[in-house]
Design a protein around this ligand. Structure first.
Ligand SMILES: Cc1cc2nc3c(=O)[nH]c(=O)nc-3n(C[C@H](O)[C@H](O)[C@H](O)COP(=O)(O)O)c2cc1C
Length: 212
């Protein structure tokens, strides 16, 4: 028999409906509920992982502004707020939020209110907020100082800089990433970006600078 313990009661469903569908047309509201069903199945997967490893060893990544693959949602703020609230209740280790500053891995300009700033107030316990998407080391630092995130993750800069943490620490220049090597192909663009020390060795052997 199906376990119904984790399913919301009719009253809870009605409350959720009232909370999230105010001002939406019936069609949008149905679309919104469909999106919530997807969120609920994500939560079931999260719960299964928590059952094995414990909440403190499970993290979830959300991309509230992602439209890749025709992703649609009538009310993204409500859907993702719901997901963040539920993950926060579970006390997962972190929720990783991809900011609307990127679409896929291209920087974009947007005012969509779906970044870490929006969801931050929903983190009320031990769950940490990691932000990602279009951050440079300096604005990542600003985001952390402002309290809108506990940590910032880097994608493209990490691909191009195998020693990224050291470079950030030393305020050193970053290698530019080569977008043409991002997906597939060979090891080119994955294992051949120079580290600071390899760049220094190369420049010493070329007589460009002197070793310390
Ligand atoms: C080559 C490449 C592969 C990626 N693969 C994934 C992926 O499998 N899942 C995912 O959620 N994001 C993926 N991303 C997106 C990054 O995790 C990250 O969200 C995005 O690059 C924005 O962060 P950035 O501005 O620091 O690069 C990928 C990005 C790149 C460049």
């Amino acid at each position: 028999m199906k376990d119904t313990k984790s399913l919301p009661s009719c009253q809870e469903e009605a409350d959720i409906f009232r909370e999230n569908c105010l001002g939406l047309s019936e069609q949008d509201c149905v679309a919104h509920f469909e999106a919530q069903k997807v969120q609920n199945s994500s939560l079931e997967i999260t719960d299964a992982a928590i059952g094995v490893w414990g909440a403190s060893r499970v993290g979830v990544r959300l991309s509230p502004s992602n439209i890749v693959g025709d992703i649609e949602d009538a009310d993204r703020p409500a859907t993702y707020s719901y997901a963040v609230r539920k993950l926060n209740e579970r006390g997962v280790s972190y929720v990783h939020i991809v900011s609307p500053r990127v679409q896929d891995n291209e920087d974009i300009v947007t005012t969509l209110p779906l970044g870490p700033e929006r969801f931050r107030p929903l983190f009320t316990g031990e769950t940490r907020l990691i932000a990602a998407g279009g951050y440079q080391p300096a604005d990542a630092e600003d985001l952390i100082q402002s309290g809108h995130a506990d940590a910032v993750a880097f994608g493209r800069w990490f691909i191009a800089n195998p020693d990224l943490p050291l470079r950030i620490e030393l305020d050193a220049a970053l290698n530019r990433y080569d977008r043409s090597t991002f997906y597939g192909g060979t090891e080119k663009g994955y294992t051949d970006y120079p580290t600071l020390s390899s760049a220094k060795i190369a420049s010493v052997s070329e007589g460009i600078c002197h070793a310390a």
